[in-house]
Design a protein around this ligand. Structure first.
Ligand code: GLC
Length: 562
């Protein structure tokens, strides 16, 4: 194992380690989706050496940590969220040595590294699942997954009516070793992603081992995939989801596979494992639950440290609704001793530079494509995205950015059917476009091969021609670019300690306005349809150029507080 140069990290968090000052309470964490970030090997799929190459760019951007979506050994049926070996790197992304090099280089720059852990399910190529298929019903090998006998005279019907999040049945029938049709196994996602049985202590012990494997290498924390799904209600009762609800079922209460109380025991156990290590290692829950109040249960003092604030992500561009969700977040998370987090984009949702300009007839839940109604107007979306991020980065707590949003990238809508890769697209037979539109490889260089993504010009999803105008190299020296805006926001947020300060609402500027003080900054965002007068004052940063003393529509300004 390499010895890490931890000096930069120690400097970055000199005050940490006392309760309340841990780095994750206020960190800005940048999500890297490795296959679309930067490709060093030239095969058209991003990799870990590609990440290492661009760490200086991330340092210059001003983020505190990176979270990498899965790069472990995987047949890539769900872009790596189907893990076949939790303790190795898939050759597509490099080697364990490449991971160690990347982590060391990140730490040397004061950037922490969070790894994505997928505990709800493995790949069907995982050695445990292969052993389960070869073993008999009732065996210890089968007991690590959710195998059940089917219903009907000959077991020909699935054990219950659950549907996969990606569409279709959540059960698949296996053929037994003697060639006869056999038991069924549960997969809340793709057929290739069998769910573990978390009531089995063997599964729990294995994940403690996996946590320690990455913690021993110096990993600063874990983003925990489908953290609300591990434990299923006893008896596996039938359940029919509301077809209008989000694909992760987050809008509904009492789902027999989401948010079961028993899941909290697992995270109390993991909290103890992380606490054995120095450096304030952290767990962040991907848990889609119906209310902020419920999500806060995941971050009680002896459980996880953070949970994604998806309620914030899902809030429309509406001042009253945003004020309400911010108020509730700053009440509910601190009430259990945790920071609120903030997030606007990730690899599962429509990029916010497009989503914020969607119309009511075009819900964002299942992705957008060429035949979706109400194509978002690009200029409106980008303008709102810049204003929305300028609000988010002024809020106390920890914020998540998704790669490419600092370039103002929109969702790519025009991907041809034959280029699509998301299992959602295939499992719903094209009814839902899925998530490919937010996963298109990044443009680094307007004139380079694959816009600087890959040395030979290859790209696993096609990049649109407009990528040239969004490329990092055309933005980096342009003070009006989205990249320059993000850099200014992050620098001021850090310099003014906004992540750890307290928010105070400012009233009287109108219903369509969000206005608050945080530390020595006054933030005003105009979400209405006409410009508003703003108080005289020194402008720190503004999401659009200001002319005169009014704030245009869809614009946010940070002023020196008086
Ligand atoms: C999470 C991931 C998503 C993945 C799913 C199944 O929601 O963010 O990308 O498809 O879990 O692992």
């Amino acid at each position: 194992m390499p010895s890490h140069d931890m000096t930069a990290l120690a400097d970055a968090s000199a005050a940490a380690s006392t309760v309340g000052s841990e780095w994750w309470r206020s960190a800005v964490i940048y999500q890297i989706y490795p296959r679309s970030f930067a490709d060093a090997s030239g095969d058209g799929i991003g990799d870990l050496p590609g990440v290492t190459t661009h760490l200086d760019d991330l340092k210059q951007l001003g983020v505190d940590a990176i979270w990498l979506s899965p790069f472990m050994t995987s047949p890539q049926k769900d872009a790596g969220y189907d893990v076949a070996d939790y303790c190795d790197v898939d050759p597509l992304f490099g080697t364990l040595g490449d991971f160690d090099d990347m982590l060391e280089a990140a730490h040397a720059r004061g950037i922490r590294v969070i790894v994505d852990l997928v505990p709800n399910h493995s790949s069907d190529q995982h050695v445990w699942f292969q052993e389960a298929l070869a073993a008999a019903p009732g065996s210890a090998e089968r007991a690590r997954y959710m195998f059940r006998d089917g219903k009907g005279e000959n077991g020909e019907l699935p054990p219950n009516n659950w549907e996969s999040v990606f569409g279709g049945d959540a059960w698949t029938r296996v053929t037994e070793a003697d060639g006869t049709p056999g038991q069924w196994y549960l997969h809340l996602f793709d057929t290739s992603q069998p769910d573990f049985d978390w009531s089995n202590e063997v599964v729990r012990a294995e994940f403690r081992r996996i946590l320690r494997f990455w913690l021993d290498r110096g990993t600063d924390g874990f983003r925990v995939d489908v953290a609300h799904g591990l434990v299923k209600e006893a008896g596996l009762p039938d359940y029919t989801p509301d077809p209008e609800s989000g694909s992760m079922g987050g809008d509904e209460a009492d789902v027999p596979y989401w948010g079961q109380p028993g899941v909290h025991e697992v995270y109390r156990d993991w909290h103890g494992v992380l606490a054995e290590y120095d450096g304030d290692r952290a767990l962040c829950a991907e848990a889609w639950l119906p209310t902020i109040e419920k999500t806060a249960l995941w971050v009680r003092p002896d459980e996880m440290h953070q949970a994604f604030n998806f309620e914030y992500l899902e809030t429309a561009w509406d001042a009253a609704k945003l004020r309400a969700v911010i108020t509730e977040s700053l009440r509910a998370y601190p009430a259990v001793g945790a920071p609120s987090t903030w997030v606007l984009s990730n690899h599962d949702v429509v990029r916010h530079a497009s989503r914020l300009a969607l119309t009511a007839e075009n819900p964002q839940g299942f992705g957008i494509g060429p035949n979706s109604p109400g194509t978002p107007i690009a200029d409106v979306g980008l303008r709102r995205a810049r204003a929305a991020t300028s609000v988010m980065l002024a809020l106390p707590g920890s914020a998540y950015l998704y790669q490419g949003e600092e370039l103002g990238l929109p969702e790519v809508i025009d991907i041809s059917d034959d280029a699509r890769q998301d299992p959602t697209w295939f499992r719903t037979k094209g009814e839902r476009y899925g998530r490919d539109g937010c996963r298109v490889p990044l443009p680094w260089d307007a004139t380079g091969p694959a816009y600087g993504f890959s040395p030979d010009g290859a790209s696993w999803l096609p990049q649109p021609a407009e990528w040239a105008t969004f490329a990092r190299d055309v933005q980096v020296d342009d003070p009006a670019s989205t990249l320059s805006l993000y850099r200014a926001l992050l620098a001021e947020r850090r310099a003014r300690d906004l992540g750890v300060s307290a928010l105070e609402w400012v009233d009287g500027l109108g219903d369509d306005v969000i206005a608050f003080h945080n530390g020595n900054v006054t933030v005003i965002a105009n979400l209405g349809e006409t410009p508003i007068a703003i108080p005289a004052g020194t402008v720190i940063v503004t999401s659009e150029r200001l002319t005169g003393d009014t704030l245009p529509v869809d614009t946010t300004v940070w002023l020196e507080r008086h």
